[in-house]
Design a protein around this ligand. Structure first.
Ligand SMILES: Cc1ncc(COP(=O)(O)O)c(C=O)c1O
Length: 464
């Protein structure tokens, strides 16, 4: 598919017209010319071949993120159209900090951010922009939280991404982790926790287990306590498109537009290369916190320069171009190819978890709500489960063209004991290591049977 798109890259170099200029085909400083046999400034073929060959060798040490046999972390290459658009825009290297640095890619950014805001049900009056990733997007939301309630703590769940605590520390804002699990005394417990809090972070798609935290139950409690809600949907945000498919419980998704701010990462489930997060605020008035003067920029137009509403300065315009191109090709509607691809990821996770439920050798740890499945090899003690999981993790990776690439997950001993009381677990153990797979490629759907058989083969091998 990359090969099919290569002619468009050539066309771009033939047709690009940047205020009357084409993309130069030389990088011609005199200095460079002295070091190459070509007038273009490209290194000599001899040098280029040598460096290229070294690059190919070094890249061999990657895991095959593009192949369904990689079912480990939240990693996959971007869609090739995103690669194409990124490469074309990168040849101009626009900077979306200011309209001075890239008017067209800034416009593209405003368009795609508006599309994402509409997907979540925010009305036209919102504030938002792309960021270099989820951590910075969450940092901005927490920074606004701090500005609105400087004296009040930020709460996040014990299952939230580790960077929330870290970013609160960076901001010097008090923070506390609370369980957002819907236990018997959920409402009473939450009412007590929310007293005097400023903002609650709710994760829609936790990094470890892919859990959708109960936003619908938390909204009324937060309203009652006067607490703001920030939704970290860095991983799960695009699943909003599947709320009517029966593949998810729709209730929390239907209320997403009530959140005060939302973070989503197009570089996770949005088919984008790294360097693409997004933060949205329901109330555009929070833009006042970003107000600053810059003696160097913002001269080319009176229109909004994205740098006037971002914490970061330079940002790749190519990231916006790639997302814009991708959404133009695949849409962002509930019936779009984009949504259908996401649906296949959920179906793959369901199919694999059913296999784990039926398996004689493996056990499902938690019913998946999204496309993250956690499971472990059956054994009588947690120590043996941890040992087998770690051994499987290593063994499955070393089977040449029949390998599997998984990830590990440490479960707190108390949580494990509660779910599997029949399994022996000693007092000294603080955690149990199990297996975790993120099914974030549609191609996983055709691979679940093969994955199960490779897992079984590995377990037999290590028990031999
Ligand atoms: C829920 C959640 N929030 C935030 C992040 C951090 O995002 P990034 O890695 O893009 O900085 C992640 C990353 O996995 C995540 O899963």
């Amino acid at each position: 598919m990359f090969k099919e798109l290569l002619p468009y890259l050539n066309k771009w170099f033939e047709q690009a017209d940047i205020r009357g200029y084409s993309i130069p085909d030389s990088y011609g400083t005199e200095h460079l010319k002295g070091h190459t046999d070509k007038s273009s400034g490209v290194p000599s073929s001899f040098k280029l071949d040598a460096v290229f060959n070294e690059f190919v060798e070094r890249m061999k040490l990657n895991y095959p993120f593009h192949h369904p046999e990689y079912a480990g972390q939240m990693l996959k290459p971007p869609h090739p159209v995103a690669w194409l658009a990124y490469s074309m825009a990168m040849s101009v290297n626009t900077n979306n900090h200011a309209l001075d640095g890239g008017p067209p890619t800034s416009e593209m950014e405003k368009e795609v951010v508006a599309q994402i805001a509409a997907m979540f049900g925010y009305d036209d009056a919102f504030l938002g922009h792309l960021t270099s990733g989820g951590t910075v997007a969450n940092l901005e939301a927490l920074w606004v939280a701090k500005n609105l309630h400087p004296e009040k703590p930020v709460l996040f769940s014990t299952a939230s991404h580790y960077t929330h605590k870290r970013m609160c520390d960076v901001l010097g804002v008090e923070s506390r982790a609370v369980s957002l699990a819907e236990d018997d005394d959920f409402e009473v417990r939450m009412r007590a926790e929310l007293k005097n809090a400023g903002t609650l972070v709710v994760t829609m798609g936790t990094t470890g287990l892919g859990v959708i935290e109960p936003l619908d139950k938390l909204i009324p409690l937060c309203r009652e306590a006067g607490v703001r809600i920030h939704v970290d949907a860095a991983y799960g945000g695009f699943f909003k498109l599947l709320e009517d498919t029966g593949l998810l419980s729709p209730e929390p998704w239907q209320l997403l537009h009530k959140a005060d701010s939302i973070v989503i990462d197009p570089h996770k489930h949005g088919l984008q290369p790294y360097g693409c997060g997004c933060v949205l605020f329901k109330d555009p008035a929070v833009g006042r916190f970003y107000k600053h003067d810059s003696p160097y920029t913002y001269f080319s137009s009176d229109e909004l320069h994205l740098g006037e509403i971002t914490l970061e300065c330079s940002r790749a315009g190519a990231a916006a171009a790639a997302l814009w191109f991708t959404l133009r090709c695949f849409g962002l509607e509930k019936s779009s190819p984009f949504a259908l691809m996401l649906g296949d990821c959920l179906k793959a996770a369901r199919d694999f978890s059913n296999r784990m439920i039926k398996s004689a050798s493996f056990e499902l740890f938690e019913e998946p709500e999204t496309d993250i499945v956690t499971y472990f090899p059956k054994a009588g003690s947690s120590a043996e489960i941890s040992r087998l999981s770690r051994t499987l993790f290593n063994d499955t990776m070393q089977q040449g063209r029949s390998s599997l690439y998984l990830s590990l997950f440490n479960v707190e001993a108390a949580d494990f004991r509660k779910r599997f009381p029949q399994i022996i677990i000693t007092q000294a153990e603080t955690s149990v290591t199990i297996l975790r797979s993120v099914f974030m490629k549609p191609s996983h759907l055709e691979f679940t049977a093969e994955m199960e058989s490779r897992l079984k083969a590995s377990l037999e091998r290590i028990k031999r």
